[in-house]
Design a protein around this ligand. Structure first.
Ligand SMILES: Cc1ncc(COP(=O)(O)O)c(C=O)c1O
Length: 383
């Protein structure tokens, strides 16, 4: 068997029922909320016909998150809904059905002297800062590992947030900031990772990603003449986007309707906590190394994501920086501005077709959706 793919065969039969971890907010409520954000846009779904032919697949479709509400990654979908819901929860405002505008929530937050803190490796912190600081005018502090480059810090500052660097890895910054949030009066921690005692707000992120999934469902039907996806490939860092994609494609509501799809999660070889966890059957932490797939550089899975990934993710795939870089180049040659995390999904598809095509049911009838989560950015080209 391939050392780069872990086949999680029981997941094929697993069905996700919505009374589980997710709070059950309807995706139309989340979409209606997203439409109130000034830079709202729907992202494209590209059909990569030549790649489908080359790999012997029906369709290879790529959901291009290189420009989501004016930011170069998908995160603002989760961050915007999480900031809005978390403040609503804190101040006792009726936000669960999106009835109060975010401007009103922002105004109430400012009146009450509320502050936001978060931790990031880049995309998430900038997205939280865009929503909380830039759109809602709330004082926002973003904690980052000191390894983060100055350009990324400047982008977060550009959203109006304060950036605080700590000489620690991302995983080790989280407990420090949890304490900071507990100690600070009127301070809310906005994080997409669930750790012990902190799981409500990460679920808001997961709910926020439903807009991307609702869009791609409709776009897939349009591009294929009415057929639904059979396979979805998603990058995995702490696992929240993977949780959203897995719950969506394994949902009980799809069983009779559009049909369930197989879900593959891709990780960087040097940060393969899902791969190791699937192998051992329990959530394990791994020591990570530097990778160009920065957003996926997490050594431990989000607490709430793990049970869903364990039960519903059909395969874990690991790819190297070089494979991800080659995929960036390949997409760029087709006019798609993907960054390394997003392009990792194409690298994973190639790996799956080379090493486990039959086992994963990949053939000329397959309709594969790649969730390309970020746009092109600078990185150190691997050799
Ligand atoms: C561009 C990009 N893709 C994928 C991920 C992985 O998301 P998650 O941590 O929800 O697994 C991240 C996380 O920050 C990211 O920034």
């Amino acid at each position: 068997m391939s050392p780069f793919i872990y086949l999680n065969s029981p997941a094929r039969e697993w069905v996700y029922n919505h009374d589980g971890a997710q709070s059950g907010t309807h995706e139309s409520t989340v979409l209606a909320f997203h439409k109130t954000i000034p830079e709202y846009n729907e992202t494209k779904l590209h059909s990569l016909t030549d790649l489908a032919t080359e790999l012997g697949l029906g369709h290879v479709l790529l959901k291009d998150e290189s420009n989501r509400f004016g930011l170069p990654a998908f995160k603002i979908l989760g961050a915007s809904w999480a900031v809005y819901r978390a403040i609503g929860l804190h101040l006792g405002l009726p936000v669960s059905d999106g009835r109060v505008s975010f401007a009103e929530v922002g105004s109430k937050a400012r009146e009450s002297g509320l502050q936001i803190v978060t931790v990031t490796e880049g995309n998430c912190g900038r997205a939280v800062a865009r929503m909380a600081a830039a759109h809602m005018g709330i004082p926002t502090r973003v904690f980052v590992p000191s390894l983060m480059d100055e350009k990324t810090r400047a982008k977060i500052r550009g959203e109006g947030a304060e950036v605080i660097a700590l000489d620690k890895s991302y995983d080790d910054v989280i407990p420090v900031v949890l304490e900071e949030a507990k100690a600070g009066e009127n301070t809310i921690l906005i994080l997409d990772v669930s750790v012990e005692g902190y799981d409500t707000i990460p679920q808001y992120f997961v709910e926020g990603y439903s807009t991307m999934l609702a869009e791609s469902d409709r776009q897939v039907l349009e591009l294929t003449g009415g057929k639904a996806a059979t396979h979805a490939i998603v990058p995995v860092g702490a696992g929240s986007i993977g949780e959203a994609v897995t719950a969506h494609f394994k949902s009980s509501t799809r069983r009779n309707d559009s049909g369930q799809a197989r879900v593959l999660g891709v990780e960087a070889t040097v940060a393969a906590c899902l791969f190791q966890s699937l192998k051992t059957g329990k959530s394990v932490s791994v020591l990570t190394e530097d990778t160009i797939m920065c957003g996926m550089n997490c050594g431990i899975l989000s607490n709430t994501a793990w049970p869903i990934l364990r039960d519903g993710m059909d395969a874990g795939v690991v790819v190297s920086d070089l494979e991800s870089h080659n995929a960036v180049q390949e997409l760029s040659a087709r006019g798609i501005p993907a960054g390394p995390c997003g392009a990792a999904t194409l690298a994973a598809l190639k790996r799956a077709c080379a090493d486990a095509k039959q086992e994963l049911g990949l053939d000329e009838t397959s309709i594969v959706v790649l969730y390309c989560t970020e746009g092109q950015r600078e990185y150190m080209v691997p050799s």
